[in-house]
Design a protein around this ligand. Structure first.
Ligand code: ATP
Ligand code: MG
Length: 256
């Protein structure tokens, strides 16, 4: 992996809330096509890292580079447009819309027809609508959810809602996908299926993925590299096998 190009990199990234250094001196580098795990105990700062990388929070120190160019993540939608997509620890969907409409709505940013063409239902509108419909169903099929297209999102079981959220993130055509505890609340079978689906998506789309997980054993099997944070700082980076034997990592987890 070492010769692969950097997709998303941070240099001494940090943020302070009042007196609390929630993240400090964070140096991570996710390469092209890499599936990297970001792990650490409760409150370690994992979600805060995502919020920094997606423009939800402005860093108090350090830099962020996308494709080796420094970026200033001002607003989440800017980051989505630049190819950084995420899911949330607490599911965010249009709960009252259908499964299909949830995915179609995420394609919104990529539509080319003008508002007038849309209102007047001109040919380009129909052509793009049909294309978005097709692509949306294709994304649902990735998760075995094509049969659920007409269901209302709120009525889906928890695990399916999580997968729908990932499908929505993929609809924005990202270069890198940030997943915040996508298996939270799933049973072991659903979790195993999801991890398989994540690995498959990475291979199919040659995506880079940064995967937050609380349970270390879950990501060990599918990630090429792991970054472990504790109290807002990186305490270890390396191959899963190295991390599993790292004394500081073991200490951080046992110390919980
Ligand atoms: N907006 C904020 N204002 C103040 N403190 C915050 C804010 N956001 C996060 N924190 C604090 O930063 C620390 C890291 O929180 P964060 O949510 O990033 O942890 P986490 O690793 O995602 O934890 P979990 O495994 O529970 O999801 C915590 O102490 C949290 O209380
Ligand atoms: Mg979190």
């Amino acid at each position: 992996m070492s010769e692969a190009k950097s997709v998303l990199r941070t240099e001494n990234l940090g943020i302070t809330f009042g007196g609390l250094k929630a993240v400090q001196n964070l140096n991570i580098d996710i390469r092209e096509g890499e599936l990297m795990g970001l792990i650490g105990p409760n409150g370690a700062g994992k979600t805060t890292v995502f919020n920094l990388l997606t423009g939800v929070y402005q860093p108090t120190s350090g830099k962020i580079f996308l494709n080796d160019k420094e970026i200033h993540a001002k607003k989440p939608h800017d980051m989505v447009r630049q190819g950084v997509a995420r899911t949330f620890q607490n599911i965010r969907l249009f709960k009252e819309l259908t499964v299909l409409d949830n995915v179609k709505a995420a394609f919104n940013g990529s539509m080319k027809y003008t508002t007038l063409e849309g209102v007047l239902r001109l040919p380009r509108y129909w052509k793009e609508e049909a294309e978005i419909d097709r692509k949306s169903r294709e994304l649902l099929a990735l998760f075995g959810m094509e049969g659920l297209a007409d269901n209302i999102a709120a009525n889906l079981p928890y695990g399916q809602q999580r997968k729908l959220e990932i499908a929505r993130a993929l609809a924005t055509n990202p270069k890198i996908l940030l997943l915040d505890e996508p298996a939270a609340g799933m049973n072991p079978t659903e979790t195993a299926e999801l991890m398989e689906a994540i690995a498959l998506i990475r291979n199919k789309y040659k995506l880079s993925i940064l995967l937050i997980e609380h349970d270390m054993s879950l990501v060990m099997g599918i990630c090429e590299r792991l970054v472990v944070i504790d109290y807002g700082q990186v305490i270890a980076t390396g191959l899963p096998a190295e991390i599993a034997q790292n004394k500081r990592v073991i200490g951080a987890y046992l110390g919980e």
